[in-house]
Design a protein around this ligand. Sequence first.
Ligand SMILES: [Zn+2]
Length: 181
Amino acid sequence: MSPVAAPRSALKYLAAYPPTLQQQAQQLLDSGRLADWLLEKYPQAHGLRTDGALYRHVEALRQEHMRQTPRLDRVLYDSKIHVVRHALGLHTLVSRVQGGRLKAQHEIRIGALFRDAPAPFLSMIVVHELAHLKEREHDRAFYRLCEHLEPDYHRLELDVRLYLTHLEAGGGRLWAPPAAA
Ligand SMILES: [Zn+2]
């Protein structure tokens, strides 16, 4: 057995998980099997490639499950969202001047990384941002709402974090679209 080679910092996305889980992730990473493990579990990318398609998807979910929240004005992929720290996505209430008056705009921005990702990963981040329309903090009420919207929420968040760990360790994007000929 060789000593652990990958930098510990690659596991920063898993810092909140138990040590045994972090060890398993480190082993998958060290043995070079993490990418295959992810691809086997999630073979396909979703097809929502435009902001328009993303908007319709998220707004339909909001209408179905969170009718009491205000209509979303914009939903978009944002390549400026840095996945480091907590910011996988952002939900904002922006004030814009419209016709000489200040108007509140409800926006959800999804990290562009999730454009090339499997549908369950997109679902996880969308549910997270939608839940913030009602619950600001990452507290019990927030996670209860996430689980209500997506029963697999916690498992999916772990798998998203495993993918981020793979990228952080220098791995390539796993669901990037085929390069144009
Ligand atoms: Zn959050």
